[in-house]
Design a protein around this ligand. Structure first.
Ligand code: SIN
Length: 481
């Protein structure tokens, strides 16, 4: 079977017209052309989907784990089978180069594979009882109906990272994908249907703006768990709204990742890691290096090697062969990135390369490095979400750690050093949920993804991921003779 472009919402196993009848356009950021019009769902559609998910929960939570695993595995195989079509669609929706889209499809599919296996490993406990007539048991049960709000920068993988553990645990789910990338989400629903996943278990609601559906997700009493990936500002609103019904929450929010290069680092490897951490998806990932902290005595050497590579990054439409950096998601993103660069330069930063809208125009921004950045500049505090590397100087390890931790965020951090004692000291001192040590790419299905401080709550991936979708139930069995 092939996948066809789906443009309606997917509720209770049916392709459904929006209740208010509206549609919105999905735009290709490489040329601002309209890819398609998609159903614009609102609060009524969200309530319908939540009710369908609640009805489906009655049988899905009782479906044996073995069978839930088989559904997930079939979905995984179908995604791999259609990886080229999915990657093409993803590049047209969000702009990332085709090679990155393909990697994302494989990365996203791996969550379905992993959690199809984890479904079989949900285990309880028996606690030794001090009383002859009592036994204490601990059971794990699916949380209930879940709601997920997912971002445009990883249109497939973030849905898979939330839905795979939810379905494996026995939960049902309603997803609101980002307005920029609903088509990839609907293609996933198409494949879920082809995999035979029963009606109501997985639902997708496209919408042109998230507020209305976000409010239903975070306040509806039938929703027992909300998982959100996006900005810290929106995360805080959802948290407040979810407080009244005391929902379980997972939040993967903003970051301000430091990338520290110590003077004992292997500079070539640090440059390689810097390129992959910073310029993946044109700098539009939550875990992108956001501040480069480079030790004084290797500062010039690092910049010389780094800028040589950055200047050679090939920018263009991600569908063209050999392109390494696509457009930013829209013009607002370009304006924001450019304003941060202008502010830094006006306050005394050095422009090393780039620093302007790319000659292709539109949503393309030149890969940029600015040096001698300090904390008076807005770029030191804001998540850039663009292909710009601000470089700060530091003199010693203590100063580097203080600078790295001087932020309310705590998602990912990176550092390069070859000294084992420093590696332990620094990794323990950094207030972050994930640390790349001599490595710029840290994402994997197998490890817990998530942050501390204002970067979020909970973990996705690894054997930790499924716990977010399971309640612990203690059983006290008495009256035994
Ligand atoms: C993100 O940017 O939110 C996700 C990045 C990843 O999973 O690698």
């Amino acid at each position: 079977m092939t996948i066809s472009l789906k443009t309606l919402s997917y509720i209770d196993g049916k392709w459904t017209e929006p209740s208010l009848g509206g549609y919105f356009e999905v735009i290709n950021p490489a040329n601002n052309s309209v890819i398609s019009s998609v159903a614009n769902c609102g609060s009524q559609d969200a309530v319908t989907a939540i009710r369908a998910a609640s009805k489906a929960f009655q049988f899905w939570s009782k479906t044996p784990a073995e069978q839930r695993a088989e559904y997930l595995y079939r979905w995984y195989k179908l995604i791999l089978q259609h990886q080229h079509e999915l990657a093409d669609l993803m590049t047209r929706e969000c702009g990332k180069p085709l090679s990155e889209s393909l990697s994302e499809v494989v990365y996203g599919a791996s969550f379905l594979q992993w959690f199809s296996e984890e479904a079989r490993r949900i285990k309880g406990d028996i606690i030794q009882s001090p009383n002859a007539d009592k036994r204490f048991l601990v059971n794990k049960q699916a949380v209930g109906v879940c709601a997920a709000i997912t971002p445009w920068n990883f249109p497939l993988a973030m849905i898979a990272r939330k839905c795979a553990p939810a379905l494996a645990a026995g939960c049902t789910i309603v997803v609101k994908p980002a307005e920029a990338t609903p088509l990839t989400a609907l293609a996933m629903a198409d494949l879920a249907e082809q995999a035979g996943i029963p009606a109501g278990v997985f639902n997708v609601l496209p919408a042109s703006e998230g507020q209305e559906i976000g409010e239903v997700f975070s306040t509806h009493p039938l929703v027992r768990k909300l998982s959100f990936t996006g900005s810290t500002a929106v995360g805080k609103i959802l948290l407040k709204q979810a407080a009244d019904t005391v929902k379980r929450i997972s939040m993967e929010l903003g970051g301000n990742a430091p990338f520290i290069v110590f003077d004992d680092a292997d500079i070539d490897k640090a440059v390689e890691g810097a390129i992959s951490s910073k310029y993946r998806n044109a700098g539009q990932t939550c875990i992108c290096a956001n501040r480069f902290l480079v030790q004084e005595d290797i500062y010039d050497k690092f910049i010389a090697a780094f800028s040589e590579k950055v200047k050679s990054i090939r920018v263009g439409d991600g569908l063209q062969p050999g392109i390494q950096q696509g457009p930013l998601i829209n013009n607002k993103a370009v304006q924001k990135v450019d304003a941060l660069v202008r502010d830094a330069i006006a306050k005394g930063a050095d422009l090393i390369c780039g620093g302007k809208v790319h000659e292709l125009g539109g949503n393309f921004y030149t890969p940029t490095i600015i040096g001698n950045v300090d904390k008076s500049m807005a770029i030191a505090h804001e998540e850039i979400f663009g292909p710009v590397s601000p470089i700060f100087r530091f003199t010693d390890e203590r100063e580097a750690i203080a600078m790295a931790n001087d932020t309310p965020y705590g998602l990912a951090a990176y550092f390069y050093s070859q000294k084992m004692d420093r590696i332990w000291r620094v990794s323990e001192a950094l207030e972050y949920g994930m640390i790349g040590i001599n490595e710029g790419i840290i994402s994997t299905t197998l490890a817990p993804f998530g942050g501390v401080k204002q970067s979020g709550i909970g973990r996705e991936g690894g054997h930790y991921g499924i716990k977010e979708y399971l309640d612990i139930k203690y059983l006290c069995l008495g009256g035994l003779t």
